[in-house]
Design a protein around this ligand. Sequence first.
Ligand code: TYM
Length: 341
Amino acid sequence: MTAPSHKPLVFSGMQPTNTLHLGNYLGALKNWVRLQQTMDALYCVVDMHALTQDSGYGHAKDIAQATREVTAAYIASGVDPARAVLFNQSQVHEHAELAWVFNCVARLGWLDRMTQFKEKSGKHKERASVGLYTYPVLMAADILAYKATHVPVGEDQKQHLELARDIAQKFNSDFDAPDFFPLPEPVITGTATRVMSLRDGTKKMSKSDESDYSRINLTDDADAIAQKIRKARTDPAPLPDSEKGFEGRPEAENLVNIFAALADESRNATIARFAGQQFSSFKNELAELAVAKLTPIAAEMRRLLSDPAEIDGLLRRGAEKAHALSAPVLADVKRVVGFVS
Ligand code: TYM
């Protein structure tokens, strides 16, 4: 439980690697937009995390461009820089400083259990960067540098959030500072907390999948969206009339979840609407809905990206605010661990 002494505060972030896709939008961004209405929030473009990926490391121009694109995607999806603090991670040095302290708090055994590291490092763990290994420690620092209490993410980040809670708890107890850090809670809500690949309903929709047909990018135009949905893998049976009918049909379940999330309706409402119909007609409606919801985001992104200096200025102003919030926390951390200042 988060102790009531901690003010409710939302923090989340995305890596600027490739373009964002429907999973990022439905799993995370939609919740960010909702939460900023009622709570103080910080939304970060985690460019330091992106260095752990091949598409980030050694591609300076790409990382800058991807940072602007992700910022534009946040705003085009409804994140309001006048309400939420919007910034890129590398401009606020408190994240890296706190990550070092947390590297000394986290245990190797904890990191060894992280499934995402295992997936990303593949068969050759010894060739993976140390940064990829400590990725979730930096993530804990992102959140706790602000003593954030709520973290809206997709389901795949659950384990990383548990690690952040473990780090917070161990810091509080090791440094005899009860309740210094809150135990941040994941906010994983909606019908699309885990959007699956359009080519394989057992695999997560991901930026790194080599097939572009596996995902809908936020920058796809109407034709691309419609074509990807038309080609999405399904099975020959008609749509089911109840939740039970999804057993052994991950592709059907995924498309229904996507429809429900885009339409802002419950899964049961979508099931009732299409029960017994063929996929061909359902796919037409899904394509129409996806085009209606997503193409305005792409258009707004294009408009914003036509003025990169404006985006850079916005990130700089956000970073100043983020620094003002995290500097006192870091000063307290240094006092608590015993550094002379
Ligand atoms: P990233 O960039 O990999 O993912 C960004 C967000 O999108 C969600 N997501 C999905 N949700 C549903 N279905 C999918 N197929 C799907 N794919 C991605 C992710 O769960 C995530 O919410 N490690 C974080 C970035 C991060 C962060 C943080 C998040 C760094 N520091 C602090 C929260 C708080 C990540 O997964 O980024």
